[in-house]
Design a protein. Structure first.
Length: 377
């Protein structure tokens, strides 16, 4: 059987997900070909990737040497020659290319949360219209996708699992004293800095609830969160008859990345670790502590309210994490800061992309200006 090689563009190729995506691609040269790479700041690593993969299109503020055409993120995401668009650009920079790929009818391997959080309705509507498919790379949503595969009946409920981060079991007063170094040491996953801090506050799980709502058209009432410290079960799906399906694997992002690229196939990859059932004696679960980790509640509330509130959540959250990492606010101030921005915001209903990006930028500015040492200009 002649199998056509899938042509990929990888946006955010030097970040954690981008690098792991290229690792997977490099393991299957007869299946995947990189035709486009985009990176933000890390021009040195991008230069190495360009030399290794020889893409035809590149996007970066500082372009590395090579024989390629420079394109914008949006041009690359919608390029007629791209079969799969991997969107691993961080934060708000994922919004433009995700929308462009959705409008162009692409298969999108989506690792960027913020695009769906901020503009879920616009993106999913565009994808439906063009026939684009959005395949989640986030491990929880990949797990749900895998559990739904082959099912003909609509699921009743999703249970998103969360490791609980490095501060599971901490009291609010103990949390107030944690440092960026402690918060960056995640017990089970290797991830970028922003998402690692978001995992420690459980903001990440809140963003994932919003993401799940849009990806699978599931009501907020039917999405719950369960702390599962081993990060072996990546999420659960409950069906009408009470049956619950789960997807289990080592906490390794290369699996959901590979699944999104190869879907509906499963590929053997010796680099992916197998679960050892002799060592795995038990799996633990507990409800999330919403008093100690209020970001989860804040995020779900913003998602339920809709309009531009999720964009404000995203922008304020990003700015607050930046302030925490630079030592300007404490760990527990992150939630208070985001809550303050949400309270001050006046949302528009049915917002346009311009209104969404304006709300996100307003929230970031608002948080940075209110911070100690910030300038009120
Ligand atoms: Mg996740």
């Amino acid at each position: 059987m002649v199998r056509s090689v899938k042509r990929l563009v990888v946006l955010g190729s030097t970040g954690s997900i981008g690098r792991q995506t290229l690792e997977v691609i490099a393991s299957f040269p007869d299946r995947f070909q990189v035709i486009g790479l985009a990176a933000g700041e890390n021009a040195t690593l991008l230069a190495k990737q360009v030399a290794q993969f020889g893409p035809r299109f590149v996007c970066c503020r500082k372009l590395p040497p090579g024989d390629y055409q420079a394109l914008s993120l949006e041009e690359m995401a919608a390029h007629p020659e791209a079969d799969i668009v991997v969107i691993a650009t961080p934060g708000r920079s994922g919004l433009g290319p995700t929308l462009a790929a959705a409008e162009a009818g692409k298969r999108i391997a989506l690792a960027n949360k913020e695009s769906l959080v901020m503009a879920g309705e616009i993106i999913t509507t565009a994808a439906e219209k063009s026939g684009a498919s959005i395949i989640p790379v986030d491990s929880e949503h990949s797990a749900i996708w895998q559990c739904l595969e082959g099912e003909r009946s609509a699921p009743q409920r999703f249970i998103l699992t969360a490791s609980g981060g490095p501060f599971r079991g901490y009291t609010p007063s103990r949390l107030a004293g944690v440092t960026p170094q402690q918060a960056l040491a995640h017990p089970s996953w290797r991830m970028g800095r922003k998402v690692t801090i978001d995992s420690a506050t459980l903001m990440n799980k809140g963003l994932e609830v919003i993401e799940a709502h849009w990806l699978f058209n599931m009501a907020y009432d039917n999405i719950s969160v369960l702390i599962h410290p081993q990060s072996i079960i990546h999420s659960l799906v409950e069906f009408a008859d009470g049956a619950v399906k789960a997807q289990l694997s080592h906490p390794d992002m290369r699996l959901p990345i590979q699944y999104a690229l190869a879907y509906p196939e499963r590929l053997a990859n010796a680099a992916l670790p197998l679960l050892n059932w002799d060592e795995l004696t038990h799996l633990d679960f507990e409800p999330p502590d919403l008093a100690a980790f209020p970001c989860l509640k804040l995020a779900v509330q913003a998602g339920r309210k809709g309009g531009t509130y999720p964009a404000v959540l995203s922008g304020a959250g990003e700015a607050a994490v930046e302030l925490f990492l630079t030592g300007r606010i404490g760990f527990t101030d992150i939630a208070a800061t985001v809550a303050g921005a949400l309270e001050e915001h006046e949302s528009s209903s049915q917002p346009t992309i311009a209104e969404i990006t304006a709300a996100e930028a307003w929230a970031r500015q608002q948080v940075l200006q209110m911070a100690p040492g910030g300038s009120r200009c």
